[in-house]
Each structure stands twice: as structure tokens, then as C-alpha cells.
Design a protein around this ligand. Sequence first.
Ligand SMILES: Nc1nc2c(c(=O)[nH]1)N[C@H]1C(S)=C(S)[C@@H](COP(=O)(O)O)O[C@H]1N2
Ligand SMILES: [Mo]
Length: 514
Amino acid sequence: MCATALSLGVAELVAGLTGPGSSPVIAVGETLIDAAPTPVKDFTVRTLGTGDKPMLVGGILIVLALVSVGAGMIAVRRPVAGDAVVALFGVVGAMCALTRPVARWYDAVPALIGAAAGVIALRLLARAALGGHPRPASARARAGRSDALASPARTHESGLPGRRRFLATSGAAASLALVTGGGGTLLAARSGASDSRAAVRLPRPQSPARPLPAGFRTAVPNMPPFFTPTGDFYRVDTALLVPKVRAADWQLRVHGMVQRELRLSLADLLGRGLTERDVTLSCVSNEVGGPYVGTARWLGVPLAQLLREAGVRAGADQLLSRSVDGMSIGTPVEAVLDGRDALVALAMNGEPLPLAHGFPARLLVPGLYGYASATKWVVDLELTTFAGADAYWVRRGWARNGPVKTASRIDIPRPFSRPRPGPVAVAGVAYAQHRGVAGVEVRIDAGPWTQATLATQVSPDTWRQWSFRWNATPGLHRIEVRATDGAGHLQPQARAQPFPDGSTGWHSTVVTVA
Ligand SMILES: Nc1nc2c(c(=O)[nH]1)N[C@H]1C(S)=C(S)[C@@H](COP(=O)(O)O)O[C@H]1N2
Ligand SMILES: [Mo]
């Protein structure tokens, strides 16, 4: 285990120099994320939520530790076999790093150097375990299998010096693992992306968001704010490590079925006269009543402006966007050009995009789920056709087009809370981006539906808060909600899972009034 730890530490140190994406643990983890079948991914997201990433890394480390124990026991008797196991770790790490979508040839280097360090450490540890001598063949023959596995140090006369030397070598390997691993982490943190973000000066919008109308939020205490604080905004992506892009290294390319190719720097975009809009973003993986939805004030360049400038050629129906970490997302060109506020967003809630939300630029197309529109760390916009290319999630069976389905959620009272009898404030949000929310109804214990009080609509592209005064009687009660969108369509009651095009069903909350 110490040899494996040293191997990982050295690999992290080298990866600190060769750049993100070359860390073998991260590369293996991201390969597993991409390879996970949809039911497995669904299950992990459902049970672990956004804690799935630390769990994945932890799982990889546990598997490595277990295999390492076996390798160590083998290495004492057959050094070459021990080497082979450590080398295999290196090869798997290198292969994963090399097959990432944006891999460079030298991304294999950290895993291979790490494996070499691991082999040397394992040899030294095995020798120390045997008291400094390779185990003589006669002793090997005499000792049964179980003896060799139980305590290699026992082959030495007294046992003590061998054990001491083994512990000292282990300690040295473990310390070196911490130092190299820590050094690698420090190196990786020096990407300069945070400084680059801090240096961005946002201009005032040329087209500001409409002033917030009176009554745009309900007055119910403890109701989540209309604008989701940036720090609370949900995060969904396949990146095990947040891509750290420096504005100076960044460029957005528009190409494919266009009249002329565009290449734009962040300064080019910031200088264009920016558009500010309030938009609710939601994830197709959100369950009924779930948390993967948020509203922010975004600032950016109209995406339609860029496409018109590039000149979309006839027949191009898909805007295939790609990120610096190899994500691909397909958006209907029609949705971008139909007049809605599709943006190359550069800022969120008055600040440059946080690194986790796509610094320096991301897409945003109101009315479409994030997987079909909201590419973070975007670097490449290709005009193409749906017939000609499938985006990342489409290759995994998700729908080509991702219009958001009408949804409503009860935020207050909390599930299983115990309100007092009498008037109880019920409140929540409803959203049907780009169609707007026309009505929200609430019912108690499957009784008659009653209209909730709607907050003023900020925009059809944002969620709408609602509230309902319930005269609660003692006992166990179920509160249900449903919304009607701006087109007059009632939110469907039938429960559907998020796969393949978004969940449906009415949200409900159970409380005990006492
Ligand atoms: N590069 C990249 N962009 C991405 C994703 C991703 O995995 N990688 N996930 C998409 C999905 S599924 C959603 S719901 C939104 C979430 O955006 P947020 O993390 O800023 O809330 O980002 C989208 N953009
Ligand atoms: Mo998503």
C-alpha cells in the first residue's frame, strides 16, 4: 500500500507539471463516469447526489488499496509478479489519460513515472520485509504458502531488525507519497484561473435585465430567495476536477456549416455590448420536487448575434458546442435563432462565472435543459446537423432535443415538519422556461384543487414563486401542487423518471399538524 501511495504521489507531482487531465486517478474516474451505463449513473446520482464524485475517487482508492495488499503479499515471494501489478496500475492510468476526449500524448507520462516509482518502492519494501536478502529458494520451498503470506519477516533469525527496517522503509515511502502528492496538488492549484477571473472587469450591460416587478417574490418566511445565491446554485457536470481555464488562454471558435469562421477572445466578447437576463436553469436529471434548478442574473453575448455573424449555411440544424474538457452538447439552431435570449454567458449574479459554473464562458438557452444547451467552459461552436453528429448524452440514450417540462415544487412547509393547527403558509416555485407559468393549484389530502397566489412573473424564462394559505387541522396531511404553463397546458400527473427526456409528475409533501 505504501508503494502504491508513493506511485500515486509521484504521479500527482508529475501531473502538477504536465497539466490537468493527466492525473491517473482523475483520468480513471472520468473514464468510469463516461463508461457508466445509464441505470448505474441514475442510481448514483439519486442516492449520492452531488456527493457522487468524492465517493468515486474514494472507491478507486479503496480498490487500489485492496489490490495493493495482494500485490505486496505476492511481491515478497515473486518480485516480478509484484512489479507486474504496479505496472498494470500505471498502464491502466496511462490508457485512461490518453483516451480522454482532449488528451495530449504526454498525459500518459505521470501514470508511467508513478508506476516506475511504485515498482522501485515495492522492490525496496519487499527486500526490507525479507530482512535485506532476497528469500533463498530453500526457505521458499520449506515455508508453506500460508507461512509466507502470514509473516515474511519471520524468515529472519530474530525478526526484529527485519521488521524495523521494513517499517522504516514503509514510513519513508508513505512520507514521500504525502510530500509528492501534496506538491502535485499545490502545483495544480497554481493554474492562474482564479487570478485571471479576479482580473475580469465586467462592463455595464448594453441591454439590462428588465426591472424586477413589484411582488416578484412571496413574503412567506424561510422561502428560498428568487435569485439562487451563486454558492448554492446546483452543479452538474462530468468533470471530476473543475477545469481551470485562464482567460488569456481561452478562445471561442465558431465553425462548421458557416460562411465565415469566427475566433473570439474574452476581450472581444466583453467589448461587444452585453445583454443581461434573468433565467432559470434546470437539469434533466432533476426528480419531481428535486434541487437541480436555480435562477440567476446572467450577462453575456447573444448567441444569435454570433451565429448571424458567422452566417449559418442552409441545412445546419444543430449547434454542437464543445467544452475544454471534451463535453459535447447539441442544441437546435432554430431555438438559438427564434428570438429567445440564448447567451454566451460570461457572468452570473454580477460576477464573472465561477470556475465551477464555466469560467470564462458558458452557453445558456432558456427553455432547454442544461444537457441540451448550457455548455460550461465552452470553446467550440460547430454548426452541423442532428443527422450527422450525436452529442455526449445523446450517445448515451438521452433525447436529442431537451425542452424543459412544466414543473412545480413545494418548498414550505418542509417534508415531515410539524406545523401548528390553524393558518399554515404553503409556498414554492413553478417553472416552464420560455413558456412561462400561468397558474398554480394546491390540494390537501386529494381534496379539490384551489388556485395558489402567484408572485408576479419576472419573465417567462424564470421560475415563479407561489403561496397558499392553508387552514390546517390536526393530523397527517398530504399537500400536492401542479402548474399550468403559459400555453395553457396542465403539468402532467403521470410519474416519469428523468431518463430520457425529463421527469414528470405532481410534487407532494407530507406533514403532521399538531
Ligand atoms: N462542460 C460541461 N458543461 C455542462 C455539463 C457538463 O457535464 N460539462 N453539464 C450540463 C448539465 S447536464 C447541466 S444541468 C448544466 C448545469 O450547470 P451548472 O453546473 O452551472 O448548474 O451544465 C451543463 N453544461
Ligand atoms: Mo443536467
